[in-house]
Design a protein. Sequence first.
Length: 112
Amino acid sequence: MKKSEIKFQVNLDQQNLPKQILWEATDKESVGLESTKSVSLNVWDNLNHSTLRIDLWTEEMSVAEMKRFYIDIMGGMAQTIINSTGDEYMAEEIKSLCDRLVSHVNEENKKG
């Protein structure tokens, strides 16, 4: 059986806020730690039937990047829903929300 590992290293400032986030994975194309501005990790807790979330970002992550990041996450979730459950309705609803959010962000960017 193949084994894959993903590691995160978070360097904190004096207020315990992420100053730097580094990650590495055994199946990643490049070798070694790589820097990122944000990570969002979701874990299903079988015991309590709930989702545990860890959302971290550095001060370098702009508001525009954060919004794009979460739209991309939701778009990926839509694809996962269709692949894992075949529920086209749910996947299309998520995609539709993403389309509306992209329009919203584009309008914000025009004004700013």
